[in-house]
Design a binder for this molecule. Structure first.
Ligand code: PEP
Ligand code: MN
Length: 341
């Protein structure tokens, strides 16, 4: 697949920053003014917002395009918006928006992606493709392919994490191996990490930023607002322009020369450990519930149940490669811990 880079100058980290949503002209202009000090590559603002539930703020619509034109002229910044259908694309092109992105919910729908791709035939505008909300790398690749087939030349990927079923410290689980696999499949693709939507809150933002850059990502997309606590969408995860400056400095101080494979493996192991912990926590919660329901204190029954579990796990292991003694010890260990919950 032939795609050209969206961002030139591979040596430096790319920064895309701006509010989750354009709310008022004043908010957009003030945030852009503050960010213009930090040498960002692209100013982002959503004007049509795909919200999970109705009655949330769904964006200001086309009026926001004129505010972004002002940002382009007044601060000499390039601007990007999210598009979800062909009318959005037409409006973006009419207002000379510099780049567009396809959101996570839209990426999960091949019809919607195809509609956007078809409306871009013969147009040379960079398109940034967020990963779909579900961990299906095929949909992500498929969206990039649809754009490439329609003749869109400059395409890149945005990693914003994947919906979590279990409790997780992240709003969207990063599953780092997925963007790394995307890079293996399409080596020419640049990947930007949207640390805001991965984290869902400010506290982990810098850690995720450092992680992405040390894994060789091209840059970051971060939500920045002049007054984050009062933002009309995604208030918990947005940061002030000054805190953006601090994050940028931290990332710039990292010394990353090339993709570190050892770091990649460690990342995958860390991720598995986090998932293991969260699964164990869920298991313990269920054990507690059984304890409350039955108030059962029958050691013989419990031992029988534990033997059943071990024997099922040994059978399951026929398709896996774990040591049988390890399986015994591991489940005995969990069993003992469960007795005391
Ligand atoms: C956004 O970038 O504001 C957005 C809606 O993100 P996502 O599509 O990743 O949920
Ligand atoms: Mn957002």
């Amino acid at each position: 697949m032939k795609i050209r880079p969206v961002f030139l100058n591979n040596k430096k980290t790319i920064f895309i920053a701006g509010p989750c949503s354009a709310e008022t002209e004043e908010q957009v202009v003030n945030t852009a003014r503050a960010l213009s000090k930090y040498n960002i590559d692209l100013f982002r603002a959503g004007i049509w917002k795909p919200r999970t539930r109705p009655n949330s703020f769904e964006g200001v619509g086309s009026i926001g395009l004129t505010w972004l034109s002002r940002v382009q002229k007044q601060f000499n910044l390039k601007v990007a918006i999210e598009v979800a259908k062909s009318e959005h694309v037409a409006a973006a092109l009419e207002h000379k928006i510099d780049a567009i992105w396809i959101g996570a919910r839209t990426c999960a729908s091949p019809f919607a992606v195809q509609e956007i791709a078809s409306s871009l035939r013969g147009v040379d505008i960079p398109v940034l493709v967020k990963n779909p909300i579900n961990p299906d790398i095929g949909l992500w690749i498929g969206a990039i392919e649809r754009l490439a087939k329609a003749g869109v030349k400059r395409v890149c990927a945005i990693h914003r994490g994947f919906s979590c079923v279990n409790d997780n410290i992240y709003r969207n689980n990063p599953l780092w191996e997925l963007p790394l696999n995307l890079k293996k499949e399409i080596p020419s693709v640049q990947i930007i990490c949207d640390n805001s939507h991965i984290c869902g809150n400010r506290t982990l933002l810098n850690d995720v930023a450092r992680k992405a850059i040390s894994l060789g990502f091209t840059g970051l997309m971060t939500e920045v607002h002049q007054d984050p606590d009062n933002a009309w969408s995604d208030a918990k995860q947005q940061i002030t322009p000054d805190n953006f400056g601090l994050m940028q400095q931290e990332v710039k101080n990292l010394n990353v020369t090339e993709l570190d494979f050892l770091e990649q493996f460690r990342t995958e192991i860390d991720e598995i450990d986090v998932n293991l912990l969260s699964l164990l926590n869920n298991r313990m919660n269920l054990v507690k519930k059984i304890g409350i329901e039955t108030k059962e204190d029958n050691t013989i029954l419990k031992q029988k149940r534990n033997n059943e579990i071990i024997s099922t796990m040994l059978k399951t292991n026929k398709n896996l490669e774990l040591n049988e003694q390890f399986i015994h010890s591991f489940f005995e260990f969990i069993y003992k811990e469960s007795i005391y919950v």
